[in-house]
Ligand binder design. Structure first.
Ligand SMILES: Nc1ncnc2c1ncn2[C@@H]1O[C@H](COP(=O)(O)OP(=O)(O)OP(=O)(O)O)[C@@H](O)[C@H]1O
Length: 309
């Protein structure tokens, strides 16, 4: 039995059409399945929690949705060992799918999942921070970080622009437009970063830091072109110490993944890292807003998710 968690609102409604296509395939091929539809924000997390308890040994769980739905599901899963995980992208950003090379048609993606004989263990990340005296944490599949890119994600969540561009099938343009807008107001902060258990690195005028599990975020921006989700490490990209006018010149290089040669971008591979800031910055995990924080810790969970590819 295959369990599907479906967000019919992903990709500006594209998901609904995709699900109809998948459902026809499942019925035609007499494949036993149960569909669980998300009804509101946060519902996918609850559904995933319940699906995890359905069977004692193995549970086949397939997500049909965008990166936001995927993130909710991962945060609802309480038993990763027994889950055989599949993913069919229908969102606007689809950074996880890009990184995992899930690039067929929905039916091709489904067939591949159904035919996979073995799972591939891939890394996830976990970010933790303190909010009102309480320790909070979140799992992520793509990236988590602080600063400009997180601020853009926060704006995108409530952006009329995203909805409008989604309707035109241009949803991933949202992030580029919002990044350009954010560059005008871009706050920076003095930061101290510790990679693994090495010595603390002071960073002056940090613009953003992104712990990348997949190579791109924000709808295809290759922040860490070498990042792969099977090496047990993050590829951390940090931008800092650059005048505002220069960021406009650098943006096209970042979008093309050609930024790594510039002095104001650092890429560092590590299993964990922590960031301390002199003033709060926005924190995100997979594009979902976590809070405005001065301290965050990031851990790579090596081989945590068993995915059918
Ligand atoms: N029935 C629903 N109505 C409204 N919102 C929903 C519903 N079900 C899920 N959601 C919310 O929709 C949000 C966006 O979904 P998702 O990320 O899958 O699509 P997307 O934004 O189009 O894609 P991407 O994240 O790849 O850009 C999720 O964070 C989820 O909380």
């Amino acid at each position: 039995m295959y369990h599907f968690i479906v967000n019919n609102t992903s990709g500006g409604g594209r998901s609904k059409r995709v699900w109809e296509e998948l459902q026809n395939y499942l019925l035609e091929h007499e494949i036993r399945y149960k569909a669980h539809f998300t009804e509101y924000e946060g519902h996918a997390k609850k559904l995933a929690d319940r699906v995890c308890d359905i069977d004692r040994e193995k549970v086949y769980l397939i997500v049909v949705g965008g990166d936001g739905t995927l993130n909710e599901v991962l945060n609802g899963m309480h038993d990763f060992e027994k889950i055989r995980f599949g993913y069919i992208p229908t969102g606007s950003g689809n950074d996880f799918a890009r990184g995992m090379k899930i690039n067929g048609t929905p039916t091709e993606n489904l067939e591949r999942i159904l035919q996979a004989e073995e799972t591939t263990p891939i890394d996830l990340g976990c970010v933790s921070w303190v909010e009102e005296g309480q320790k909070e944490q979140k799992i992520f599949a793509i990236s988590s970080g602080l600063g400009l890119d997180a601020d853009v994600c926060k704006q995108a969540l409530h952006s009329g622009l995203k909805k409008a561009l989604n309707r035109l099938g241009l949803g991933s343009l949202t992030y580029v437009c919002l990044t350009i807008k954010s560059l005008f107001t871009m706050p920076t902060a003095e930061a101290k970063i510790v990679f693994d258990d090495e010595v603390e690195e002071p960073i002056s005028r940090m613009i953003f830091i992104a712990g990348m599990n997949q190579y791109c975020e924000g709808g295809g921006v290759p922040m860490a072109p070498e990042a792969v989700a099977t090496d047990g490490e993050f590829s951390v990209c940090c931008g800092y110490g650059v005048a505002r006018w220069r960021t406009f010149f650098l943006l096209p290089f970042l979008v093309k993944g050609k930024h790594t040669g510039f002095k104001c971008f650092d890429i560092h591979n590590c299993r964990k890292f922590s960031v301390d800031l002199e003033k709060p910055m926005v924190l995100h995990a997979d594009g979902e807003y976590c809070g405005d924080v001065t301290h965050a810790e990031f851990r790579c969970l090596s081989g945590k998710l068993n995915i059918l590819l």
